[in-house]
Design a protein. Structure first.
Length: 85
C-alpha cells in the first residue's frame, strides 16, 4: 500500500529535521537560553564595532577639516608676518 504524497513528503522531511535538532542539541546542550545569549552578545559586539567606526569617522573628519582650515589661514599669517616680501 502506497503512502499519499503528503505523508511521503512528511516522512522524507523527518530526517533533515531530526538531524538539525540533534546537531543543535549537541552544540547547545540542554540550555536553550544559551542560543539567545549568544545572539545578544553578537548584536552587542556589532553595535560596539559600528559605534567605534562612526567615532573614528568623526575624529578623522574633524582632523581633516582642522588641517584644511589651518592651511587656509597659514598663507595669510605668512603674508602678515613678512610684509616686506
Amino acid at each position: 500500500m502506497a503512502l499519499p504524497a503528503s505523508r511521503a513528503r512528511a516522512a522524507a522531511d523527518r530526517g533533515p529535521v531530526r538531524r538539525r535538532r540533534l546537531r543543535d542539541a549537541l552544540l547547545f546542550g540542554t540550555q536553550r537560553q544559551r542560543r539567545s545569549v549568544d545572539e545578544r552578545l553578537g548584536k552587542v559586539v556589532a553595535g560596539i564595532v559600528i559605534a567605534a567606526v562612526v567615532c573614528a569617522g568623526c575624529v578623522g573628519w574633524s582632523f581633516v577639516a582642522h588641517r584644511v582650515i589651518g592651511e587656509e589661514r597659514e598663507p595669510h599669517r605668512a603674508q602678515q608676518s613678512h610684509p616686506g616680501r
